[in-house]
Every structure is written in C-alpha cells, then in structure tokens.
Design a protein around this ligand. Structure first.
Ligand code: ADP
Ligand code: ZN
Length: 533
C-alpha cells in the first residue's frame, strides 16, 4: 500500500465514502492526528464524529493503538459503532447493556490492540478494572487518543451536567502524554471556560465553528390557544412533513398526541414514562416514516439522526437558550428549509420562574438558572432579528438574517408605559389595601373593572385602580403582564403565582423609564395571503 493511502483525505474517501472535509474538519483532523489536544465547538450536525474517527483510524494504522471515546449516550454509541463496523472499522462499545461474555470478548480485542475505537460511558471508564486495562494498553504504547464527546456535560452551566464527567480529569493525570479531543455543540463562553478548566485543556487548540443554521426559520408566536395554533401551523405549512412537537410534561405529551390524531394527523407520543419497547417502536417509526409527528418531552431527540425533520415546534418554553438551540437544531439537518416554531405565553413565564424558585438547588445555581431564563425570555420578546440574538448568546456576531419572523414581518412596538404603570400600581394597591397579593387573573379583572366574586369578596371595586384598564382586552392585558414579568418589573411567586413588584417597578411607576411592548399579533403566513380579519 502506498503511504498516501493513510492520509486523512484518503481515509475520508475510502472508509467513509465522502469526497471532502467540511468546514474545519481537515484542520482538526490534522492537528489531532499529529498528537495535539483540541477543543471542538461545532453545532449539532456539523460533523464532529469524523474529527476523532479519522485521526483514530490514521493513528491505529500507524501502530498507536486504540482511541477511547467517552460518550454519555448508549443509543449514540450503538449507532456509531454499527456505522463504523459497517465501514470496516473495528469498533465496539462497553456499557451496561452488554452480557458478561460479550464484554469479555471486547476486552480481549481491546487488550490485543485490535480495536480502533472503543466507546464507553464515563462511569464505566472510571472503574478500577477499566483503568487497569488502560494502564496495560498505555504501558505498551497502545492508548492512542482520548475523545470526550458531549464535553459540556462537565459544566453545571451547560444544560445537562453529569457528575461522572468531573472524574474524567483523572484520565489526563494518569496519561498526560495521550492526546485528547473534547467535542461539544454547546458553545457559550461559560460552558467553554468550564470545559477548559475542568478537563485541564488549557493547552488545547480551540476550533469554533459557526453556530448558525441558516436554513432554519425561527418563529415565536404569542400563545393564544396553543393547540389550535399548532394545528394551523401544521396544516398551513407542514402537511405531510416529519417533525417534533415538544411539551414540558408527560401528560401534555399524551394529550397533545391524542388530540392531533383525532384531527387526522399522524402523531405519536414519546416520553421517559412509556415502556422501553413502546419508545423504541415509536422512535423507529419516526426514523422510517416521512410524515410522522413525534410529540415528545426532551427525553426524545438526543442522538437521533434524522436529516429530514422539517419542523420542531415548542408548545412550552424550554429551560434556556442552550435547550432551545439544541432542540430546534434537530430540524433541517439535511440543509433544506425547516421551521423552529414556538408558542409562548404568560403561563410559561410564570411556570418556569416558579420551577426555579421551588427547585431544591442552592441559591447560586438558582441565580444562574434565572439569568439563563431571562436570556431566553429576551429572545422570545425580541422585536429584532431572532438569529442575531441567538448567535450573540453564543458569542457570535451577525447581521439581520431575513429568515426569522421578526425579519420577515417586523413586529409593531407600542409605548406600553401607561399600561405598565396601571398594572404595577394595581399590584401595589393590593398589598396596601389588604396586605395580600393576587395572581394575574384577578389583576386583569380589577384592571378591566369586572365585578367578579373575588372582587366583591375583597372589596376591590373600591380601589382607585378598579376599571382603569378597561381600554385593553383580557388577551392584551395578558400580553402586557407577560412582558412585564419577562422584563423583570414584577414576579409571580409561591403556590398561587401571586404577583409582587420587583425593584425596577419603582422607576416605571415614577415615570423614569418607559416600557416598550410588542403589539400582539399572529404574523401572516409566509408565501400565502394574510389572514382576513
Ligand atoms: P455531530 O456529531 O456534529 O452532530 P455528525 O458527526 O453526526 O454530527 O455528522 C452529521 C452528519 O454529517 C452525518 O450524517 C455525517 O456522516 C455527515 N458528515 C460529516 N462530515 C461530512 C463530510 N465531510 N462530508 C459529508 N458528510 C459528512
Ligand atoms: Zn432574522
């Protein structure tokens, strides 16, 4: 065989059947192949796997032995290993799904230096037995490379922190001369700094790809009747397409799937509470069929490689921008036009805030989660380009994209200062009047001057703020309150989501700052006539 046969490009051509490297792959492969450490930040679908698989093959051919791949996801390991074996690359995984005999067979292949890549979960790798095997390989010069996939799991700032990942620093202490490549699709500065620090990758070269997914159109609509809005979106824009609808709870997943079915849409539920065989069956159908809508919790999606997902819809607000980006990123991996569509309303803001408040986490962690939620709310409430905001969260500068709702139909903004002052002063009066706080429903009733039982019970018709907001509809008030909470002027607290003023409310009440609000609207559908009325 000529030496040229072992070049990265030759490996890419012959083993994987691809003509050329994409983006920064060639540079990464060369750097790692030569024994350099690397940190690779590349969006989902960007082609991270080849960044370690090609060097692994090259180095194995050069007599350097096995590449250890740390991966948290069993499904992913399985898919990768099958694909590699099919391409004629000797690879295996060790995880809890294997029988003892099979595990021992793989261990023999490993110790014999025959394996090119071994995938394993971090908790497995850090067992004394496994470390002893690595020692043995290392002593004989047969531990070639360590690849750490989903490296953001090492960071609490990331969206799926895994305790076991912290232990991976041991590998470097034990085998300081073995090169490492860490890979992730989560690129914000915080997570990146955590990865570098906790995996001791200070000397590693960083390769940062653009996180833009230009073929995805981002749309965030105000929640009115979420299910009907979803149905309209599916019928108007995605008839016969495959897509994912994310909901927060298992119950809502089941209800929504059943409802879509009753509306004649081929939909299936997926969440962690379903039996394993049901989950598998639904997942297989989703992968196989062209027009299936998967209604799911975020348990669905990690490691699912279906290129022609035409839309990802959110009926509930994700936890943060990382989550939103990951979840929407499952759309359009084939590069063709795809939609990321979300409905978002007052209840979402209130619920997400409350979930953070009530979580058992420590204050520092809660503070972090609130900051991240605020960033997501700012994206949801934005009047300007969604993509610019999304990318800037990941430290990337860009200009208005022309392919998001706000670019296509710039939203009208109104000066909501007066409305904001009415609402905030009414919240203030509640406290002053009876010393108790109320939720949004009652606040809207009082503002609109509605003589409800609760109003009578608390004699709120006597408040000076009673009826001062009759000029706005109930739906309009919900929009105002949502934005006031999202902008941090008031909070919904406790079991009943009662409203309290935040410090910044004072400046609004005194007329020192003005409040700009989005005009509630359902943007007209693209390429079709605007809705009448
Ligand atoms: P990631 O792990 O970054 O989400 P993958 O490694 O799974 O992405 O790659 C996404 C898809 O792109 C896979 O189907 C992969 O085979 C394909 N791919 C990656 N690099 C190339 C390339 N250089 N040429 C053609 N296809 C590629
Ligand atoms: Zn835009």
């Amino acid at each position: 065989m000529s030496p040229a046969a072992d070049t990265p490009l030759a490996i890419l051509n012959e083993v994987f059947g691809y003509a050329a490297f994409r983006g920064q792959q060639a540079r990464i492969v060369e750097h790692v192949g030569a024994g350099g450490d690397a940190l690779v930040l590349m969006p989902t679908g960007g082609g991270k796997s080849l960044c370690y698989q090609v060097p692994a093959i090259a180095r194995h051919r050069g007599g350097r032995g096995v590449t250890l791949v740390v991966s948290p996801l069993i499904a992913l390991m399985h898919d990768q290993v099958s694909a590699l074996e099919e391409a004629g690359v000797h690879a295996a995984f060790l995880n809890s799904t294997l029988e003892g005999d099979e595990a021992r067979r793989i261990e023999r292949e490993l110790l014999g230096g025959r394996l090119v890549l071994l995938y394993a979960a971090p908790e497995r790798i850090l067992t004394p037995r496994f470390l002893a095997m690595l020692d043995s390989l290392h002593e004989r010069g047969l531990l070639s490379l360590v690849a750490i996939d989903e490296a953001h799991c090492v960071s609490q700032w990331g969206h799926d922190f895994r305790e076991e990942y912290l232990g991976l620093s041991q590998l470097h202490e034990r085998f300081p001369t073995v090169p490492r490549i860490a890979l992730t699709a989560t690129a914000d500065d915080h997570t990146r700094a955590d990865i570098v620090e906790r995996l001791a990758l200070n000397g590693a070269e960083q390769f940062v790809a653009s996180f833009d997914r230009p073929n995805i159109r981002y749309t965030i609509v105000e929640k009115d009747e979420a299910k009907k809005q979803l149905l309209r979106f599916l019928r108007d824009e995605h008839e016969g397409d495959a897509g994912i609808v994310y909901c927060q709870s298992r119950k809502k997943v089941e209800e929504t799937a059943a409802w879509l079915q009753s509306e004649g849409i081929s939909a299936l539920p997926y969440h962690a509470g379903l039996d394993a065989d049901v989950r598998k069956r639904h997942q297989d159908r989703f992968l196989r069929e062209d027009a299936l809508v998967m209604v799911a919790t975020i348990a669905f999606g990690m490691g699912i490689d279906k290129p022609d997902v035409r839309f990802v819809a959110h009926l509930d607000l994700p936890k943060n921008i990382e989550g939103y980006y990951q979840e929407t990123g499952r759309a359009g991996r084939d590069g063709a036009a795809a939609d990321a569509w979300m409905t978002y309303g007052l209840v979402d803001v209130v619920n997400q805030r409350r979930m953070i408040d009530e979580s058992p986490a420590n204050d520092e962690f809660k503070r972090l989660q609130r900051a991240k939620l605020d960033a997501l709310l700012a994206l949801a409430e934005a009047h300007d380009c969604r993509r610019v905001r999304l990318l800037s969260y990941f430290g990337e500068h860009s200009t208005a994209c022309g392919n998001c709702d706000n670019c296509v139909h710039p939203p009208a903004v109104w000066d909501g200062t007066e409305a904001a002052r009415k609402a905030l002063s009414c919240v203030y009066r509640f406290r002053q009047h009876g010393g108790i706080s109320f939720g949004t429903g009652h606040l809207i009733d009082v503002l609109r001057g509605k003589h409800s039982d609760k109003v009578a019970q608390h004699q709120h018709e006597r408040l000076s703020t009673f009826g001062i907001g009759a000029d706005l509809s109930e739906q309009q008030w919900r929009g105002v309150l949502r934005q006031l909470i999202a902008q941090g002027h008031m909070r919904a607290e406790g079991e009943y989501n009662t409203l309290e003023l935040a410090d910044s409310a004072r400046a609004v009440l005194r007329g020192e700052v003005s409040v700009h609000l989005r005009v509630p609207s359902d943007p007209p559908k693209r390429g079709k006539a605007s809705r009448a009325g």
